[in-house]
Write a new protein. Structure first.
Length: 117
């Protein structure tokens, strides 16, 4: 397998506006986009810092690593075969195919494949 590209870190927030201000005004990072009052993406260079309220966070309260892959289903199988577990999915939403999992130590991961446009 091995076709993974770490692209995002998802952080929890209970106040999206305050978190956006921290990263943009406080640290000078650029806001890439936001989705209402529950999700925003901050330009962290090679990694996107996603800020998510409980509405959009795959595992609220945890730091979750977003990993782009060509085969979400195979990633889910590999996780389970090696002591991790599936929290949600695999499933397809409006933008991507994804699976929310935890590794063998309980750390959150989201494997995803963008849908062709």
């Amino acid at each position: 397998m091995g076709d993974y590209d770490v692209r995002m870190v998802v952080l929890s927030t209970d106040d999206l506006e305050e978190s956006i201000r921290f990263y943009t005004e406080g640290l000078g990072m650029a806001l890439k986009f936001r989705d209402g009052s529950h999700f925003a993406a901050i330009d962290g260079g090679s990694i996107t810092i996603a800020l998510a309220t409980a509405v959009d966070h795959p595992m609220p309260g945890q730091v979750v690593v977003g990993v782009k892959t060509a085969d979400v289903d195979q990633a889910a199988e590999a996780v389970e075969a090696h002591g991790g577990g599936v929290v949600k999915g695999p499933y397809t939403d409006a933008h991507e195919r994804r699976v929310v999992v935890y590794d063998n130590k309980g750390n959150g991961l989201v494997f995803y494949t963008p849908l062709a446009r």
